[in-house]
Design a protein around this ligand. Structure first.
Ligand SMILES: [Zn+2]
Ligand SMILES: [Zn+2]
Length: 247
């Protein structure tokens, strides 16, 4: 796969192990994909067949005039392909079930590798990305289909990261600094939500020592003011002494 390809196509080429995913009936007539704007190669799905009613998070498709969805986006929108994937990777410990599909997990892919990173794993992936090209998609709500919006990264120092409905351009240096600042405040005993909002519980600030607290907050504040997207990512992946595990 190449950097000019749509991210969804790259992910499906690995996660689908090179499988094709043709529509059950006629091919769609569009040459570009309604969702990812990638080429359909003339073998895409009619939009109405490809996108189930439960598909949420597509307020801004990349090529809204098209009536066709590419095979990769169709495959990654469907639960049956997820169930095949989970069955093919028993060691990954992934779930299937009522509301569980591709959208339930985060995704990272490069070379011939695809995985569904945990929060802890994300920290490593963000700070030490693989050689490009790679694709990073971070699900937070686990409700929205996001893979169609994935972009292919071309650099280890500055790369696109899908975070829910937004695509953030992550500067690795900034990400590192924001995480260090975030984790310092967690170490002082603050909760992740308080660090994100900057509204601290005063008893925790006192227990940390006001001077230490103020110093740590001074390092955090610029990131909170200037880079709210990075803050959101840091809130998600920071390592702290006590970890409130929410999905
Ligand atoms: Zn595999
Ligand atoms: Zn597509």
């Amino acid at each position: 796969w190449t950097m000019s390809q749509a991210g969804a196509r790259c992910v499906w080429s690995i996660a689908g192990a090179g499988r094709e995913y043709p529509p059950p009936g006629d091919y769609g007539t569009g040459t570009r994909c309604y969702l990812c704007a990638g080429v359909t190669d003339g073998v895409g799905w009619p939009r109405a067949d490809a996108i189930p009613e439960t598909f949420t998070g597509i307020d801004r498709p990349r090529y809204p005039v098209s009536s066709t969805v590419c095979q990769a986006c169709a495959a990654l929108a469907h639960k049956a392909t997820w169930e095949d994937y989970v069955e093919a990777h028993p060691a990954a410990g992934l779930k299937t079930g009522h509301a569980v599909s591709w959208r339930f997990y985060s995704h990272a892919a490069w070379g011939n590798h695809h995985e569904c990173p945990s929060r802890d794993r994300w920290r490593d992936l963000l700070l030490d990305p693989p050689e490009p090209p790679f694709v990073y998609v971070m699900a937070i709500s686990a409700q929205k289909h996001l893979l169609w919006s994935a972009r292919v990264a071309e650099s280890r120092t500055e790369y696109p990261l899908v975070v829910e409905e937004a695509t953030v351009i992550v500067r690795r240096e900034a990400m590192t600094a924001a995480l260090v600042a975030f984790e310092a405040l967690l170490t002082l005993g603050h909760t992740r939500d308080d660090v994100l909002s900057g509204r601290y519980a005063s008893h925790r600030a006192l227990r940390a020592g006001l001077r230490a607290h103020e110093e740590a907050e001074q390092a955090m504040r610029p990131w909170r003011d200037m880079e709210p997207d990075l803050m959101r990512v840091a809130h998600r992946v920071a390592r702290g002494p006590k970890r409130e595990e929410t999905p």
